[in-house]
Design a protein around this ligand. Sequence first.
Ligand SMILES: Nc1ncnc2c1ncn2[C@@H]1O[C@H](COP(=O)(O)OP(=O)(O)OP(=O)(O)O)[C@@H](O)[C@H]1O
Ligand SMILES: [Mg+2]
Length: 251
Amino acid sequence: MHTDEYILKVEDIHKAFGANEVLRGVSFEVKKGETLVFIGSSGTGKSTLLRCINQLTPPDRGRVWLHGEEVTNSGKRINYFRQRIGMVFQNFFLFDHLTALKNVEVALIRVKGMSKEAAREKALAELRQVGMEDWAGHYPAELSGGQAQRVSIARALAMDPDVILFDEPTSALDPELTREVLEVMRTLAQQGMTMLVVTHEMGFACNVANRILFMENGVIAEQGAPTILLTDPQYSRVKNFIGQFLEYNGD
Ligand SMILES: Nc1ncnc2c1ncn2[C@@H]1O[C@H](COP(=O)(O)OP(=O)(O)OP(=O)(O)O)[C@@H](O)[C@H]1O
Ligand SMILES: [Mg+2]
């Protein structure tokens, strides 16, 4: 078995909500250090796909593997896999009553069983990584959206995950704050973090992604390296899709 070649393997995922067949057989593999960007129109199942990977939404069919171990049908062990697969959402999901530092610390103490001192040291290091160390003592209400999102990235990083899933991490932010969050993500990619990113930020997709996966009608309709998708006429649908956004954002 070549179980170590891919960090994550997603195999033939199907998911319907009633008569609405959202995912109709999605398969892909992710190598260590790769950044995959998922694009596609609203309602094509991008969020559902990310949620199927860590079983927040159990798929109807198909399997997910992390380092050759099955994540689907893993029973109580799913908690272990959820530590290994970090998640960052559009709306941050920080605890309002905890400071930035405590937001990052809390899982280190409660889930990883670290001492208070060790957790604090690690949490500060993760906040430093996202440029938020000076804000450690501030509450979420005192942070900009971009700062709050960077804290939630630090929280994900603190678990030393194998892969981080980002679901539209910047779509609640205005352009300037979007830039600072994308910059943090680009640095993580350069440092070798394995990332799956759903985003409408085509500049990020084209510059940072190893592969762009275009979802349509419940499947990955086209995929490839950005340069290939943008130049090879064979990929006209994804090129048109990306083109709309580039014109839209054009300056
Ligand atoms: N819990 C749910 N119950 C019923 N239907 C759902 C549920 N979650 C998602 N859906 C439906 O599944 C479809 C895909 O939703 P999903 O959120 O995955 O799309 P998306 O590609 O992330 O869209 P967007 O770009 O708007 O975020 C939509 O039609 C949505 O209404
Ligand atoms: Mg979504």
